[in-house]
Design a protein around this ligand. Structure first.
Ligand SMILES: O=C(O)CCC(=O)C(=O)O
Length: 285
């Protein structure tokens, strides 16, 4: 197995590994490479059935869709017979969407609106358009570390409300929210700065996709401060842009990475990917 860093801020590419055949020592090496790369691994050329994708994902931890349900509005997009697999796609067959179209077309950290949000997300490319459909990743460790000590100290004492209802606004109405999704289980409070439980590195933990407001601030103060943080965090030098190849399997750590799908391929071609999502412990300051 060969590991190559992809960008200064985050990401490593791994070639020469078949994730269906890694033994425990191989998995420990992959996991260490993942953490070392700031929480983003690109595993090339993985031929995976949904069962193999799920089996590899479970090695990272319990899955949404299996150990705990995701929000109801994603149910139509789960792979029939495999509720742990969420389909991201612009394909429609006989009027039936084959996955969520325009999924994640805004900066976000998966499922941050739950008390136990997402840990690893594993996205596998099955069909890709001839061009476009890249995904952007941003290191929230690097973003935090680049802030002044004075701003870091202020942020370390703060909490933010994350709310799935915010996705409706951040996606310009593309994310349809089912009634049962607004009953409180998809809204919670997290520290604004979290400490990665495995590496001890601190990361900013707010995102435009799901963060509603800063606790204890006026609406205007909260909006201004969050916009400043997003502007400071989403800088090109903290990013890696992934240009997909068929059979790529990407594993990102939602405790340290935000991501953004670039939906520039409508009318260009069909895109179809499978995502599995593991459940993190409650984030701690
Ligand atoms: O389609 C992509 O590239 C990313 C989708 C996404 O943001 C997600 O699954 O959370």
């Amino acid at each position: 197995m060969e590991i190559r860093r992809l960008s200064p801020a985050l990401g490593s590419e791994v070639v020469g590994v078949d994730v269906t055949r890694v033994d425990d020592a191989g998995f420990a090496a992959l996991r260490a490479a993942w953490l070392d790369a700031g929480g983003l691994l690109v595993l090339r050329d993985q031929r995976l059935s949904p069962e193999q994708h799920l089996a590899f994902s479970r090695r990272f931890g319990p899955l949404f869709g299996e150990a705990e349900q995701l929000q109801r509005s994603v149910e139509p997009y789960l792979l029939p017979g495999h509720p742990g697999v969420y389909r991201v796609s612009n394909k429609v067959r006989d009027g039936v969407p084959q996955g969520r179209a325009r999924a994640g077309a805004y900066w976000h950290s998966d499922v941050s609106f739950r008390e136990r949000p997402a840990m690893a997300s594993l996205l596998h490319a099955i069909e890709l358009p001839p061009r476009g459909g890249d995904t952007l990743f941003n290191s929230m460790h690097t973003a935090y570390e680049a802030l002044s000590p004075a701003l870091q100290a202020l942020l370390r004492g703060l909490h933010a409300v994350h709310d799935f209802a915010v996705a409706d606004r951040s996606s310009w109405g593309q994310v349809r929210i089912s009634d049962g999704d607004l009953d409180g289980e998809n809204r919670c409070l997290h520290p604004v700065v979290i400490t990665h439980p495995e590496t001890g590195r601190k990361a900013l933990f707010v995102n435009p996709g799901f963060t509603s407001h800063l606790d204890g601030f006026s609406a205007e103060e909260s909006k201004g401060l969050l916009q400043l943080l997003y502007r400071l965090a989403i800088r090109e030098e903290f990013q890696y842009r992934h240009v997909w190849s068929p059979r790529d399997l990407l594993v990102w750590d939602n405790r340290s990475v935000m991501h953004h799908a670039v939906v520039d391929y409508e009318g260009v071609g069909e895109r179809y990917l499978h995502r599995t999502t593991t459940i993190a412990a409650r984030p701690a300051a």
